[in-house]
Design a protein around this ligand. Structure first.
Ligand SMILES: *Cc1c(COP(=O)(O)O)cnc(C)c1O
Length: 407
């Protein structure tokens, strides 16, 4: 049964109020919420309550009494509310790489065509998963990777599945989801949209665009915390027949009947695999209490104001930085990237000065703008810090050259 969507009638448009709901360390301007969203203030209590009152007191009874078993669908609907999904068609669990695998395997099972089309701006894990699946199937499938600007022209009659990430993790360039989905359908292909940098960043309407499958993660813009579960959407027209490649017991129609053979669960429930990560679900529950109230159109307007001002301020003060993101706001997600030949060291110098963004090889300095906790004052302060780092060539200091495992 579909659970109700919790979105209020009067969504939140006041982002000064949402800023007070997050823990932001002193002296830090956090422009990396696109990579790992910050901690909502209410999360530690919610997680502590799960540990003490649910796990501690209820023990195994928590699966029923605390609703742990129902969380992947209940929270799935709340995430679904942010991406325009029909209720009852999103579930949570595993990591995004796993959800890409599930969506791609189910999509390939629906077509006789052998070509998967993606673009070189896609996140490597999505491409690696496709490569791995092509090899495992060993049925003559191939992965065709084209330049992001050439995707539309590459949607030919050979393409079975179009696998795209809507917002490019490096540059923030945004595909037109409605247009490309319509083109793919006209050519007889199935569309999978990765919304890793879309969910909580821009308004998305998977149902309106008639996306076939969509996937994404909840630890970036949605503040679910490191290791938070990923989501998968399967369009209602596909859900009853989608073939689950990872046929785990919790995607079975009757997990507690312990039947010796697999029968897929109803609709999206079959995309569940194994035991849900209950601690992570508790953390996500707390952040979704905030997200349930957010007006995504107001958030998008605020994000555009912030990114426009950031681009203007950086271009006016940092001649060494070259804009890597589309200049036109409508073609960008909620991040801005600049190129610099010493981008890694330059970003380390910015971080040391309190402006936290991140670096993506080979030369991209990436800054995420999340209006729930970043405002105009933060943007002005960040511009000043970055301008000083560039003017004083702070990045030349050898201490900023040494790379950590995570950049
Ligand atoms: C962040 C991201 C991932 C990460 O996948 P995990 O399995 O959660 O580590 C995958 N794809 C895209 C497009 C991403 O942006």
């Amino acid at each position: 049964m579909a659970s109700p969507i919790h979105r209020p009638l009067q969504p939140m448009t006041d982002f000064a109020a949402t800023k007070t709901l997050f823990h932001l360390p002193e002296g830090v301007i956090y422009l990396d919420g696109n990579s790992l969203g910050p901690l909502p203030l209410r999360t530690p209590d919610r997680v502590a309550r799960m540990l003490k009152e649910e796990w501690g007191e209820m023990l195994i009874g928590g699966w029923n009494r605390a609703g742990w078993m129902a969380q992947p669908m209940g929270l799935g609907d709340r995430v679904g509310g942010l991406i325009g999904a029909e209720p009852g068609h999103v579930t949570l669990g595993d990591t995004l790489s796993i959800k890409v695998f599930q969506a791609l395997a189910a999509a390939l099972a629906k077509t006789d065509r052998k070509v998967i089309l993606s673009d070189s701006g896609n996140f490597p894990s999505d491409l690696y998963i496709a490569e791995g699946l092509v090899g495992t199937l060993n049925q003559g499938h191939s992965l065709r990777v084209v330049d992001p600007e050439d995707v539309a022209d590459a949607i030919t009659g050979e393409v079975g599945v179009l696998l795209l990430t809507q917002v490019d993790y490096r540059t923030g360039r945004m595909h037109d989801m409605a247009d490309l989905t319509a083109m793919a359908h006209a050519a007889g292909a199935i569309c999978i949209w990765d919304l890793a940098h879309s969910a909580g960043a821009i308004p998305v309407d998977v149902a309106g665009c008639q996306a076939d499958f969509a996937v994404g993660c909840t630890y970036k813009y949605l503040n679910g915390g490191p290791g938070a579960p990923a989501f998968i959407y399967v369009a209602p027209r596909h859900a009853p027949t989608a073939r689950p490649a990872l046929s785990g017991w919790l995607g079975h129609d009757a997990p507690f009947a312990f039947e010796p053979t697999y029968r897929p669960g109803e609709g999206i429930a079959r995309m569940r695999v194994g035991t849900p990560p209950v601690l992570q679900m508790a953390a996500l529950d707390a952040s979704m209490d905030i997200w349930d109230t957010v007006d995504m159109e107001a958030l998008r307007s605020a994000s555009i104001r912030l990114t426009e001002r950031f681009i203007e301020g950086i271009e006016a003060s940092c001649a060494d930085l070259t804009l890597a993101s589309p200049r036109e706001a409508a073609r960008r997600g909620s991040q801005v990237s600049f190129r610099h030949p010493q981008g890694y060291a330059a970003m380390q110098a910015c971080i040391a000065q309190g402006v936290v963004g991140d670096f993506r090889a080979p030369d991209i300095m990436r800054f995420g703008f999340t209006p729930l906790f970043i405002d105009e004052n933060d943007v002005e302060a960040a511009i000043d810090v970055i301008a000083r780092v560039m003017a004083d060539r702070l990045w030349e200091d050898p201490q900023y050259q040494a790379r950590g495992a995570v950049t």
